[in-house]
Structures are given as C-alpha cells and as structure tokens.
Write a protein that binds this ligand. Structure first.
Ligand code: ADP
Length: 189
C-alpha cells in the first residue's frame, strides 16, 4: 500500500495531476474540497454546517474536516493506496492523518508539493472561474483562500520537511512533464 499527499495552493493543479495519478497507480482519491462540495450540493447536515464557511473561502474547522476524512478512510478498507488532495491543510490535520495511517499499520509515504507562484495561481483561477462557475472562485473569496493558504496551510510544509518526507515539483509548464516528474519520485522509492 502506498499513500500520497498532493500539496499546493489553490489552483496549483492538484485536481489535474490527481486524475493522472489515479489512472497510473490506482489510488483511492480523497479530495476534501470535492467531498465538501458534494455535501453542500446535496444539502446534507454536514453540507449545511460548512456551506457558509466554504463559500467565504475560509478553511472548515479541523474537527469537522478530520471527522469527514476518517469516515472516508473507513469506507475504503480495501484501498490499495490513498491519494490525499487538499488534505492536510493544517498541522493538526497532518498529525491526525499520521495517526489514522499508523492505526492501520501504514503511513504517508510521499508528500509532493506543487510549487506555483501566486501570480500564476491567480491567472489560472480567473480562467477556471469562467469554465466551472465555482462560487468560491470569485475574487474576494479567492483572496481569502489564498490568505488561508499562506497563513495556515503553508505550515504543513515544515512539518513534513522536518521528517524528510517532503518532495517538491515545479508546477508550471507542460502538464505531462509535471506528471512525469511526480511519477519519477514515486517510482524511485
Ligand atoms: P482549492 O481550489 O482552494 O484547493 P478545494 O476544492 O480543495 O479548493 O477546497 C475548497 C474549500 O473546501 C476550501 O476553501 C475550504 O473551505 C474547504 N476545504 C477543503 N479541504 C479542506 C481542509 N482540508 N480543511 C479545511 N477546509 C477545507
């Protein structure tokens, strides 16, 4: 079993690379953003709780996010490996993830951070806004998401770096080439 965290700011290309990684390696994909969007779209009790927070661009509280993640893990006991996309976004989430992995006698084997400049991220999201119509891609909300990334989520990087689990990949350029760079890291170990 191999488990991977794909890390990066909003618009870094995590969704695009995730699709390719799933195809090649057969990971079970866990995107907390997709899960929250599913809950809000289907107006579940969890969706009702997080709708306003999400639409503002703020992070959902750890307690709620971690509980949802745990539920997803429990739904997939046969998984060959997990690809975490958009999780962990805070140090407590990273610690919780390690505990869940340990409890199943496994670990997070790779953390791959996509490095993309803030300017590039803003351009990409402006484009995506016209295609996907995501409410949280509006300018003010996007600013909030980018602030959340640079004030909270960024601290997850030293957490993994100190444990020598961090790999960085340049996230600007040809999608296939970026994918090959990620695959090289996975195949090397
Ligand atoms: P992005 O394009 O910003 O990477 P996502 O689709 O991953 O967006 O997440 C959308 C929103 O869902 C976030 O702005 C946040 O409100 C919520 N969210 C997703 N994952 C998490 C998480 N791990 N912790 C807290 N909130 C989260």
């Amino acid at each position: 079993m191999i488990n991977l965290v794909l890390f990066g700011p909003p618009g870094a290309g995590k969704g695009t690379q995730s699709e390719k990684l799933i195809q090649k390696y057969g990971f079970v994909h866990i995107s907390t953003g997709d899960l929250f969007r599913w809950h809000t779209k289907n107006d579940t009790p969890l969706g009702k709780r997080v709708k306003e927070i999400m639409n503002s661009g703020a992070l959902v509280p750890d307690e709620i996010t971690i509980a949802m993640l745990k539920e997803e893990l429990d739904k997939n006991p046969q998984a060959k490996g997990f690809l975490f996309d958009g999780f962990p976004r805070t140090v407590p989430q990273a610690e919780a993830l390690d505990k869940f992995m340990q409890a199943n006698n496994t670990a997070i084997h790779y953390v791959i951070a996509l490095e993309v400049t803030e300017e590039e991220v803003r351009n990409r999201i402006a484009k995506r806004r016209t295609i996907e119509n995501r409410v949280d891609d509006e300018e003010e909300k996007l600013n909030k998401r980018i602030t959340e990334y640079f004030t909270k989520t960024i601290h997850v990087l030293p957490y993994y770096k100190n444990q020598r689990r961090l790999n960085t990949v340049h996230g600007i350029g040809d999608i296939g080439e970026i994918f090959n760079n990620i695959a090289t890291i996975i195949d090397k170990k």
